[in-house]
Design a protein around this ligand. Structure first.
Ligand SMILES: [Zn+2]
Length: 112
């Protein structure tokens, strides 16, 4: 058997994070409080196991109030197309986030 149990634990943690993210998205409209508590929990798991959330998930979460940012629902989006980024403003707390969408191809793998 290759692969340490540590890697397995991380794997399970990663799965839990993506499940919680899905739950947070689903609860967003009807139960925003619940949705944010899911996000808080997934952030806790992420920092405990030192698992990065990945750019996509990080961009979809308000770093200030833990809301899932959905354009038109919980976030206002303004495109700064000439600059290659979008400004997401959280409707709940007003925090702004610049999201670069001129994606550079190719993933860089980080050591975990
Ligand atoms: Zn916010």
């Amino acid at each position: 058997m290759k692969g340490s149990s540590k890697a397995l634990v991380k794997d399970i943690a990663r799965q839990r994070i993506s499940i919680l993210f899905g739950l947070a998205e689903r609860a967003l409209q009807d139960e925003p409080e619940l949705s944010r508590s899911y996000v808080r929990l997934l952030r806790r798991i992420s920092s405990h196991y030192r698992i990065g959330l990945g750019r996509e998930m990080r961009n979809a979460l308000c770093s200030k109030c833990n809301s899932v940012l959905v354009p038109g629902l919980t976030a206002k989006v303004v495109l700064a197309s000439s600059k290659g980024y979008a400004v997401y403003t959280c409707k709940r707390c007003g925090a702004e986030r610049h999201i670069i969408y001129k994606a550079t191809k190719g993933k860089t793998r980080k050591r975990g």
